[in-house]
Design a protein around this ligand. Structure first.
Ligand SMILES: Nc1ncnc2c1ncn2[C@@H]1O[C@H](COP(=O)(O)OP(=O)(O)OP(=O)(O)O)[C@@H](O)[C@H]1O
Ligand SMILES: N[C@@H](CCO)C(=O)O
Length: 322
């Protein structure tokens, strides 16, 4: 369960005196998620999500994440809106951690997305990219090439304890990506973690997007590559070309890709697979005692990486340029 930090009733009551949210009716830890401690908070004014930021979130980045949610919500994206306190601040501290309260969104995360939901998430991703334009703050992607290099250095000697030969594979892959990563593509604010558990759907349509705590400035097409990884493989590991085509077409109908972006998708998909392989591997090798979080399977992303390494070109993903 993703509750690393407990909050006692007195501390919560004191914290809520800083807001206009009425009286607390209940607060429950939320099992989903692996990064932060999340609570469902019910007050006489409604439902909210209370998040306490944990290990991988740098406090210096929080104004970017919170400002971004304010910006996107104002631009019409269905995403959590930070609740500002009586003093106007949305970010404060609780139980020794930085903390924020955001609005509650309705909808269900798809367990196994349908083709139509893939199309809808493609369109929603393009909408997010458009809505992010004009946001004043910037944040470099800490989990791009330089970040991968650091993770490889941390994990490579122990990687073979998870799978024979894994250390060699990731070192080779990093070398390949360092020499093939695009130098320049259209860029702006990206979500960078748009997995199914960060998307709410009602029926076939995306109803909301959550969890902006990896958002950063990077190539738009890299965000598309992350989604292709997260949405278009079946539980048995098979790539679903129909879902990929639906997702890509949903995206490009709203934001066409340039020739260079389209051509880069296979290598971006490889990079996205390595990124999640490495963070999962790091978590697998460095489990937090007592956190009650089950680390995610790194090998799932090794298999996706192998798929992308064999891809014949952007058409594998149903991608055509403008
Ligand atoms: N604004 C919201 N409205 C409704 N439910 C929410 C909201 N924010 C978070 N949740 C619920 O809390 C869960 C965990 O949230 P979130 O994904 O932000 O956590 P996390 O620890 O950052 O997870 P991860 O990075 O692993 O996806 C979600 O799966 C969802 O069930
Ligand atoms: N979505 C990530 C975890 C949170 O970043 C993964 O599945 O590895």
């Amino acid at each position: 369960m993703a509750v690393y930090t407990d909050v006692d009733d007195d501390a919560l009551a004191q914290f809520l005196t800083e807001y206009n949210l009425g009286e607390v009716l209940s607060m429950k830890g939320i099992a989903e998620g692996v990064e932060n401690s999340n609570f469902l908070l019910e007050t006489t004014r409604g439902r909210f999500i209370l998040t306490l930021f944990e290990k991988r979130v740098a406090e210096a980045d929080l104004p970017f994440f919170i400002g971004l949610m304010d910006h996107l919500a104002l631009a019409g994206l269905s995403c959590p809106t930070p609740i500002h306190g009586i003093d106007g601040r949305a970010l404060r501290r609780l139980a020794g951690r930085p903390a924020v309260i955001v609005s509650f969104l309705t909808g269900m995360s798809p367990r196994r997305p349908t083709v139509k939901q893939c199309a809808s998430v493609g369109t929603a991703l393009a909408g997010l990219h458009e809505a992010g334009r004009g946001f004043a703050l910037t944040r470099e992607n800490a989990l791009s090439l330089a970040g991968w290099r650091r993770l490889v250095a941390d994990c490579v000697t122990r990687a073979d304890s998870v799978r024979d030969g894994l250390g060699r594979t990731i070192a080779d892959e990093l070398a390949f990506l360092e020499s093939h990563w695009p130098a320049d593509l259209p860029r702006g604010v990206i979500h960078a973690d748009l997995f199914t558990d960060n998307v709410f759907c009602i029926g076939d349509d995306v109803s909301g997007i959550i969890d902006f705590y990896f958002a950063c400035n990077d190539f738009y097409a890299y965000d598309l590559a992350i989604c292709l990884n997260a949405w278009c493989f079946e539980p048995d590991g098979a790539f679903n070309a129909t879902k990929a085509m639906a997702l890509s077409r949903g995206y490009t109908a709203a934001r066409p890709l340039s020739v260079a972006e389209a051509a880069a998708v296979p290598v971006l998909a490889r990079g996205a697979a390595l990124r999640f392989l490495l963070t999962r591997l790091y978590d697998w090798l460095n489990q937090v005692p007592g956190a009650l979080v089950r680390p995610k399977d790194p090998i799932e992303y090794l298999n996706k990486l192998r798929f992308h390494a064999q891809a014949s070109g952007p058409e594998t993903y149903g991608i055509t340029s403008a």
